[in-house]
Design a protein around this ligand. Structure first.
Ligand SMILES: [Zn+2]
Ligand SMILES: [Zn+2]
Length: 254
């Protein structure tokens, strides 16, 4: 732990959401009860060993794969909901770090495809945008917090590539079919405004046009029906991005 983390820990101690023990939001003994999810294809939701989209499920502007770490229930669900409600976005950072530990140490090597995508020199991290009004009420965008932490871990830039241009109904209140319709055409690319994060390893200019993005890891907190991620991916790919993998902390079990 660095000094800043030690000080923050003293000022704002973290308590386990499962048992109340001090030290972190999910203590080591409670994390034994957290279920990792099988990787699934982001189109048909059936199992896919590495999370890569099945060849038969591929679409022209569709996602190339999905990595979603946990089942969206129990402590994980509580942690994400807590972050949403209380603005404790360091919960999201802790979960992102934990998820990456799983990715990096999984003995089955199921994350190899995702890791090689991450290690490609052309890959940057981006996130599902949130409408400004909602963002300012809550103070932060969860998917951006996770994306920034992920970018930091892998030493890449986190870029804002999309903006939300249309009001949508809360996806949670809609049935699966209605969700795709709800998010249709509600995102547009950000052009000429993309800033690199300080500390990035990218040489050269600090601005990056979406047209120059090649590979994107698109981040959201939960992958539910995938409607939002798929729509974001369509806009990215129609604007020149070649490969998009989705990353989320959790998805509901089928
Ligand atoms: Zn605990
Ligand atoms: Zn499939």
């Amino acid at each position: 732990m660095n000094l800043k983390d030690i000080i923050l820990d003293i000022l704002f101690p973290r308590f386990c959401l499962g048992c109340g023990k001090e030290g972190g939001y999910i203590c080591p003994s409670c994390s034994l009860y957290v279920s990792e999810a099988l990787l699934i294809c982001p189109v048909c939701f059936k199992e896919s060993f590495s999370g890569e989209t099945h060849p038969s499920c591929r679409e022209k502007y569709g996602l190339d794969g999905l990595v979603s770490i946990w089942q969206y229930d129990g402590i994980i669900k509580e942690a994400i909901k807590n972050a949403e409600a209380g603005g404790a976005y360091d919960i999201l950072r802790e979960l992102t770090q934990k998820s990456f530990k799983i990715i990096a140490t999984d003995p089955s090597r199921r994350f190899d495809d995702f890791l090689s995508f991450l290690s490609s020199g052309e890959t940057l991290v981006s996130f599902v945008p949130m409408r400004k009004i909602k963002e300012s009420k809550r103070g932060f965008n969860q998917s951006e917090v996770i994306a920034k932490e992920l970018a930091k871990i892998i030493g890449r830039s986190c870029v804002s590539s999309l903006q939300k241009i249309k009001h949508t109904e809360d996806q949670a209140s809609l049935k699966k079919e209605a969700r795709l319709q709800n998010v249709k055409n509600c995102f547009s690319p950000i052009k000429n405004e993309i800033k690199n994060e300080p500390g990035s390893h990218e040489p050269g200019s600090s601005k990056k046009d979406i047209k120059n993005l090649k590979n994107v890891v698109l981040v959201d907190d939960v992958f539910t029906t995938g409607a939002t991620m798929r729509e974001c991916c369509r806009v990215l790919k129609q604007n020149g991005v070649q490969k998009v993998w989705a990353f989320s902390l959790a998805h509901p079990s089928n």
